[in-house]
Design a protein around this ligand. Sequence first.
Ligand code: ADP
Ligand code: MG
Length: 253
Amino acid sequence: MSKIIAIANQKGGVGKTTTSVNLGAGLASIGKKVLLIDIDPQGNTTSGVGVNKADVANCIYDVLINEVNPQEATLPTEIEGLHIIPATIQLAGAEIELVPTISREVRLKKSLQQVKHLYDYILIDCPPSLGILTINSLTAADSVLIPIQCEYYALEGLSQLLNTVRLVQKHLNTSLQIEGVLLTMFDARTNLGIQVIEEVKKYFQQKVYKTVIPRNVRLSEAPSHGQSIITYDPKSKGAEVYLELAKEVVSYE
Ligand code: ADP
Ligand code: MG
């Protein structure tokens, strides 16, 4: 069984990239074969797993625009079982270059059909927008995982995201599911965090993961070392919770 999960929220800074890298690393560390796809032109997942963008020969841009075989764009990481198709700044042009192309929304889906059988999980780190790159991701995916930061206005903008999900379900990918909603950057010292959790649970009910990701400084340090939390500080709270999330994700299969 192989599953493609898009990690999406058009808000920036909610933990999409942190979750892609560390859930990916967590799944790999419990023996799953995982492919990360960085489809954000900022390329933070790419650098977050230690790939030097200057050395990248083929990136996701080449897969989408030049129809390069995804296997030719796939790189290993320091974690066994965790591979990545990187993004470089070249991808910034893709939004515009895709506009006049045929079947522009299904390009990623078609490409991934060539490699899906090689992995247990394919995680797509989406950009902070609802543009054509996110649409490609939702069209290619079996499900969408939505990270929500535990802060004021946590639910703001979510109706737009859910509306986009519904449009994709209607026109492009009828089997797209909501994989789960992940609460991130929780701060147990404030009442606000607890209020947000209650609000999000009221809205999404059983779709909310039991695992809540707390604020953890080690999680914010790891990317500058080009490492997931699992290798950067395996004893940290951050490593513990992302491993727990990986097990929870697997338990719903
Ligand atoms: P997005 O991809 O949605 O824009 P990121 O994953 O890049 O969000 O997270 C935004 C910032 O917050 C980054 O600097 C990241 O290191 C930091 N961050 C994310 N999750 C946590 C966490 N649980 N604890 C502390 N810092 C975090
Ligand atoms: Mg990001």
